[in-house]
Design a protein around this ligand. Structure first.
Ligand code: SF4
Ligand code: SF4
Length: 392
């Protein structure tokens, strides 16, 4: 028997965290007399910042090391997961992890009565409303907390690692017992707060598991792509070149139609077109060329391409004109400019509701955290003011 755990994480920023979790599952399972094996799917390339990636851990009580590795080591993805861990809840909108060949449901691999463990501050129904309907029941467990993001390959030691291990013990004591988790953490660190944190997560997740029925979830809106077989490629060509455009103008950017990176974002920019001064900076500076010039001189955002980097909000010189907002506040990728043109006042009300009243201003000195400020919405017809800047 093999138990499969997949750890969904955002490339680079959560890579070291996911790797530590996967590796420690193996080490703890070994303490329980089981055999384990862990591997990961690529996420080292710098352009993969934010992309959904996976680490895996496989545990067996009865196979040899060689048998387990032969069974699990040679594949880049798994067919099924007993437990699917999700380290950033915005991935419930879908992940496009493997060679960019389509947006897949986050719960795609979960088996009947298997578990999803999501780090989130949201209620289960707020997450399930984005997830694909499954033909069988499974369980959704919430590990309360914020997504733990670090810089590039850096590990942020905020105890998410220990909390996930404790939570896994709550979901499947045969996979990892809480005693084995605590013993391992103590022997490894001799730090009692790490042991206590795992225990607290174990207790809290035990009371935070919810059954998801086949009636819950959505019909998956994305086509599940079919990869070509080796004998279906054209002779002499491995992958056909992708047509690119080089004209300026609406939808005429040099974007690759087959390389949309929208699932990498955990936030998206909300634009107040009525405050926009048409300065062009967002369009010039967006690293993914997500802005489309409109016939009336504004810049529309294509959210299918936006990676949520926040650069447009940084460079926009107008206060409250571009604000980054949590991705789970949005149901679709429709054009904000078209929305505004159809219903200017309704759009502003919608935008302000999404933005809320609190903004985080990063401090200039690295490591000192951000400042949360409260803002008053700029009314329709309000005069554009210069944007407040970090440290200002
Ligand atoms: S957040 Fe702004 S700058 Fe970054 S990819 Fe999205 S639209 Fe472009
Ligand atoms: S940066 Fe701001 S003000 Fe300038 S064009 Fe973009 S949205 Fe308008």
């Amino acid at each position: 028997m093999i138990k499969r755990v997949e750890i969904n994480y955002r490339g680079i920023f959560q890579k070291t965290l996911a790797k530590k979790i996967g590796g420690d599952i193996v080490m703890i399972a070994a303490r329980m007399g089981q055999v384990g094996f862990s591997n990961g799917r690529y996420s080292d390339a710098p352009e993969r910042n934010g992309i959904p990636c996976k680490y895996f851990a496989f545990v067996s009580p009865d196979l040899s090391e060689e048998e387990l590795e032969a069974e699990c080591g040679a594949k880049l993805d798994i067919d099924e997961a007993n437990i699917s861990v999700v380290l950033d809840d915005t991935m419930v909108k879908g992940v496009e992890p493997w060679a960019w060949h389509g947006v897949r449901p986050i719960n795609e691999k979960v088996v009947p009565y298997g578990h999803m463990l999501i780090v989130s501050r949201r209620r289960p129904e707020e997450l399930v409303r984005f997830m694909a309907r499954k033909p069988f029941p499974y369980y959704l467990a919430i590990l309360e907390g914020e997504a733990s993001f670090a810089g590039l390959w850096v590990y942020r030691d905020d105890l998410t690692h220990e909390r996930v291990l404790g939570a896994l013990a709550a979901l499947d004591p045969q996979l990892l017992s809480i005693e084995a988790v605590k013993g391992y953490l103590w022997d490894k660190t001799h730090e009692q707060h790490r042991v206590d944190t795992a225990q607290q997560a174990f207790e809290s997740v035990r009371h935070n598991v919810h059954e998801v029925t086949p009636a819950q979830g959505i019909d998956w809106p994305y086509e599940i792509p079919k990869l070509p077989k080796w004998n279906e490629f054209s002779e002499g060509v491995v992958v056909k070149a992708v047509p690119r455009e080089f004209q300026l103008g609406p939808k005429g950017q040099s974007r690759n139609q087959l390389f949309k990176r929208g699932t990498t974002k955990s936030q998206r920019p909300v634009v107040r077109f009525d405050l926009c001064t048409k300065c062009t900076l967002c369009w010039l500076e967006c690293p993914d060329e997500c802005f489309d010039p409109t016939p009336d001189g504004y810049y529309d955002v294509d959210y299918e391409y936006c990676v949520g980097c926040g650069k447009c909000a940084e460079v926009c010189p107008v206060q409250e004109c571009i604000v980054m907002v949590d991705e789970l506040a949005f149901e679709d990728n429709r054009s904000p400019w078209e929305h505004w043109k159809q219903d200017p006042e309704g759009y502003v009300r919608w935008a302000e509701e999404k933005k809320g009243k609190h903004r985080v201003l990063p401090n200039v000195v690295t490591g000192t955290g951000g400042r949360v400020v409260e803002v008053e919405p700029v009314p329709v017809g309000g005069k554009p003011k210069p944007a407040a800047r970090a440290g200002g």
